[in-house]
Design a protein around this ligand. Structure first.
Ligand code: MLT
Length: 263
């Protein structure tokens, strides 16, 4: 994993060929893409980042916005001299960043994979809940939210049959800095509504969702896919909100098929 002094983003860079930028969900890190790094880097250049504040990137000490994350990714690509437009693949919060990346850096986007995410911003109740959680996690620490959040992010099948995956997710959350978790929640609470962007998307787009996702359910993802011209929509069985980690075989097959049809 590389992180240069000028760049706030740490990145795993494996493979050669078309660049596939993998942007993790909240409050996780690049390791949620371990199966994609291992498998998809056989055919593509996989760039799996730790967003500022997450994984081995420096903890966040000042407020951040979803647009700041998008800016940091664009700066990272510039710094790595990657001029070729990338496939931006973002999960949940990574998807929120994807809408802003597409809006502000359209020339850097070859295609888009929106995983277990949404375009609409928070209603007041959700935003209030995030602000409350941000205060609590700073007070009580990352451990206080890890188990409950891991259970919600994973699907019921994973929870029942694959406890190691649920524990892996809880571990990722526990090791995330509490101030970064709070900053991430506040960034999401203040993010702008990207719904109007959907009808303007011109790049090939794939929507992927776990059938058991209770955070961004399949019906909501399908409605978004219907708003994007010529987009594809794939449901991943036996998976919740973390489809790439819960059912990597089906997830990777869908991504590979999409990439092969667009590049
Ligand atoms: C995520 O997985 O990134 C979160 O569920 C996003 C959110 O809290 O809205």
């Amino acid at each position: 994993m590389n992180q240069s002094e000028e760049c706030e983003v740490a990145v795993v860079d494996h493979g050669v060929g078309h660049p596939l930028l993998l942007v993790h969900g909240f409050p996780l890190d690049h390791s949620m893409w371990e199966h994609q790094i291992a498998d998809l880097s056989v055919d593509f250049r996989v760039l799996a980042v730790d967003l500022p504040g997450f994984g081995i990137s420096q903890p966040l000490e000042t407020p951040v916005s979803i647009c700041d994350f998008a800016d940091a990714l664009a700066a990272m690509l510039d710094q790595m001299r990657i001029d070729q437009p990338v496939t931006f693949c973002g999960l949940s919060m990574g998807g929120y960043i994807g809408w802003q990346f597409l809006k502000h850096f359209p020339k850097k986007v070859h295609s888009l994979i929106a995983c277990d995410t949404r375009a609409v911003n928070d209603d007041d109740r959700t935003a209030r809940g995030r602000r409350l959680m941000a205060r609590q996690v700073v007070k009580d620490g990352s451990d206080s939210i890890a188990a409950g959040m891991a259970k919600k992010l994973c699907g019921q099948t994973t929870f029942d049959r694959n406890p190691d995956v649920t524990e892996q997710v809880a571990c990722m959350i526990r090791s995330t800095d509490r101030h970064s978790i709070a900053a991430g929640q506040l960034a999401m609470a203040d993010r702008e509504d990207a719904t109007s962007l959907l009808q303007t998307v011109k790049v090939p787009t794939l929507f992927i969702v776990g059938t058991e996702d209770v955070v961004t359910p399949p019906a909501e993802m399908k409605a978004m896919a219907d708003m994007v011209d010529k987009s594809k929509f794939v449901e991943i069985p036996y998976a919740g909100h973390l489809a790439p980690l819960e059912n990597p075989t089906a997830f990777n097959a869908a991504v590979r098929q999409f990439l092969e049809s667009t590049i």
